[in-house]
Design a protein around this ligand. Structure first.
Ligand code: 13P
Length: 253
């Protein structure tokens, strides 16, 4: 067993307006107890438009949940229409930023170098980047999964000087209801841990949380969390349902 505290992150993607977001967080908090927050670090990552509303609810209701963003731009400020900087997010008490999600890589053309700059920007504003990596079905079937993930990892974490989280999200498991077998996810988490040892040294590698993401649900979470190199989950669809997300967080029960 490691000392790494379990981390469960809800990635709401482009779902919910700010009023719905407030309701979701409140409903989730009604389903959780103090001991849940003690045993698991909980992060919700809504769309940018809901961050401020949720920040206020968390503060007013003293809910010890953390706030995540789904993206960030690396420049500090300036003529970057449509972008949001790390300091803007940090000012709203955002603690975690998802970078390099496969949807951003595939739909918006983000490269490892972009992801690396975003991760550095998050760190420079004292936020924790959650660096996503993962192979497509085609790459897995061609036996390239480990090489693809290792390359993405190397390119994305180059020169990062603070603590970060890695999320392994095989593209074929996202939103498909087809999660990776816990054994396969654990194998890749081991590959990632080994890659981290080489890149950032054993001590930092041991401290780095590795999450699994891809069709995580209240049923499969238990077996995933039983794997020694899997420290948590990045949850998409199921995090939009407070009942399901709460039972994922309470996977021990
Ligand atoms: P699903 O849980 O909906 O498969 O999404 C996973 C994901 O992409 C989380 O970032």
């Amino acid at each position: 067993m490691s000392d790494r505290r379990p981390l469960i992150v809800g990635n709401w993607k482009m779902n919910g307006n700010h009023l719905e977001a407030i309701q979701m967080v409140q409903k989730l908090s009604y389903r959780l107890e103090e001991t849940d927050y003690e045993s698991v670090e909980i992060v919700v990552a809504p769309p940018f438009t809901s961050l401020r509303s949720i920040q206020i609810v968390l503060e007013q209701d003293r809910i010890p949940m953390k706030l995540g963003a789904q993206n960030v731009y690396w420049a500090e400020k300036g003529a970057y229409t449509g972008e949001v900087s790390a300091t803007m997010l940090a000012k709203m008490n955002v603690t975690h930023v998802i970078v390099g999600h496969s949807e951003r890589r595939a739909i918006f053309g983000e490269t490892d170098s972009d992801v690396n700059k975003k991760a550095k920007a998050a760190l420079s504003a004292d936020m924790t980047p959650i660096v996503c990596v993962g192979e497509t079905l085609e790459q897995r079937e061609a036996g390239e999964a480990e090489a693809v993930v290792t390359n993405q990892l190397n390119g994305s974490i180059k020169g990062l000087e603070g603590a970060f989280v890695v999320a392994y999200e095989p593209v074929w498991a996202i939103g498909t209801g087809r999660n990776a077998l816990p054994e396969d996810a654990a194998l890749m988490a081991r590959v990632i841990r080994e890659g981290l040892r080489e890149r950032v040294g054993s001590d930092r590698a041991e401290l780095t949380s590795i999450l699994y993401g891809g069709s995580v649900n209240p049923v499969n979470i238990k077996d995933l969390m039983a794997k020694s190199d899997i420290d948590g989950a990045l949850v998409g669809g199921a995090s939009l349902d407070p009942d399901k997300f709460a039972s994922i967080i309470r996977y021990r029960i």
